[in-house]
Ligand binder design. Structure first.
Ligand SMILES: [Mg+2]
Ligand SMILES: [Zn+2]
Length: 189
């Protein structure tokens, strides 16, 4: 398999509305313009990879199988709307303050950790230098940049403090702040 470019996507607040521990498929709401943009990305040859922190699993707010159901529903909705699918979801279910003992740990996969990015790069033979990362938190972009991704998009949200954002912009000068999916164009290559 030759190297493939990818779009690394955060889930909550990036492709769907952040419901703060979404636990039911009825709460899925795609962000305006996202589905069409993902179709455009696939047409341009990108692999779609979602990397998501889901500490709700460690916190006992949602079970892993319920989370999988939500992701299956997202796939169906995306396929129905624009006839493409997310190639793979990568989930960190851990949290240090979790109540589920087996998941109560400090892991390498919770963003800004890069373990899930490294795994995706291996699994899909990803050409990082031609890949893109999109998130609504600085911590979504830090691991992508650490892996060599150069195109970084940050949705403006109030999730990070101004100080965190300023620090990240200084550190990762390639971050572009965007307001909506229409500002992201996958056709330049
Ligand atoms: Mg997010
Ligand atoms: Zn983890």
């Amino acid at each position: 398999m030759s190297k493939q470019k990818a779009v690394f996507l955060d889930r909550d607040g990036t492709i769907i509305v952040d419901r703060n521990y979404l636990s039911d498929a009825s709460q899925i709401t795609w962000l305006e313009g996202c589905q069409r943009a993902l179709r455009q990305a696939v047409d341009a040859g990108y692999v779609l990879v979602v990397v998501t922190n889901q500490s709700g699993v460690a916190r006992g707010l949602i079970q892993m199988d319920e989370l999988e159901l939500i992701h299956r529903e997202m796939q169906e909705q995306l396929e129905e709307a624009v006839q493409v699918r997310i190639h793979q979801f990568y989930v960190c279910p851990h949290h240090e303050q979790g109540v589920v003992k087996a998941l109560q740990l400090r892991c390498d996969c919770r963003k800004p950790g890069r373990a899930l990015f490294d795994q995706a790069i291996l699994d899909w033979n990803i050409d990082v230098t031609n890949s893109i990362a999109i998130g609504d938190r600085v911590r979504d972009l830090i691991p992508a940049a650490a892996c060599g991704v150069q195109q970084l998009y940050l949705f403006e949200s109030d999730q990070d403090s101004q100080v965190e954002i300023e620090e990240a912009l200084k550190l990762l000068e390639s971050i572009k702040k965007v307001k909506s999916w229409t500002e992201i164009n996958f056709d330049w290559m």
